[in-house]
Design a protein around this ligand. Structure first.
Ligand SMILES: [Zn+2]
Ligand SMILES: [Zn+2]
Length: 142
């Protein structure tokens, strides 16, 4: 019960990160202290792949028009970029997204070989195994 209330309050007073990332692509929000990263979203028609005008509605990226003005298709897909291309300037929707700081920097984990396998894998003892980057994004509104 208490957790639920906390969640509601958290959403109600969610920081919109105004004033954050004015001159950079990632950094800390001056208002809430969260680590943020700028991402850009572009909506494309799933039929003719033309870029469609997009807007933000309740924190979601949606097309401005219901149907593609080029081919009349309703279906679309969203592309995510971490940099804004000049040609996309009229279509891209900017979003400041919270990066889970606990996952940041944990680009790899070190696995030490099990002692039972020592004889079998003597050459690979203490070998470091690179794992794929684990960056968790939390969606934000605003
Ligand atoms: Zn903030
Ligand atoms: Zn189309």
């Amino acid at each position: 019960m208490q957790i639920k209330l906390k969640e509601i309050l958290k959403n109600l007073f969610k920081c919109k990160h105004y004033g954050a990332l004015l001159y950079s692509n990632e950094g800390y929000c001056p208002a809430c202290g969260k680590y943020l990263k700028k991402n850009y979203y572009i909506i494309r028609c799933s039929h003719c792949e033309i870029k469609r005008n997009a807007k933000k509605e309740f924190g979601k990226i949606v097309p401005c028009e219901k149907f593609c003005t080029n081919c009349g298709e309703q279906e679309y897909y969203i592309e995510k970029y971490d940099k804004l291309n000049f040609v996309d300037i009229n279509y891209a929707i900017e979003a400041k997204e919270e990066v889970d700081i606990q996952c940041r920097g944990r680009d790899f984990e070190i696995w030490v070989e099990n002692k039972d396998n020592e004889a079998e894998f003597s050459t690979s003892k203490n070998e470091k195994i690179l794992l794929p980057k684990q960056t968790k994004f939390l969606t934000t509104e605003g």
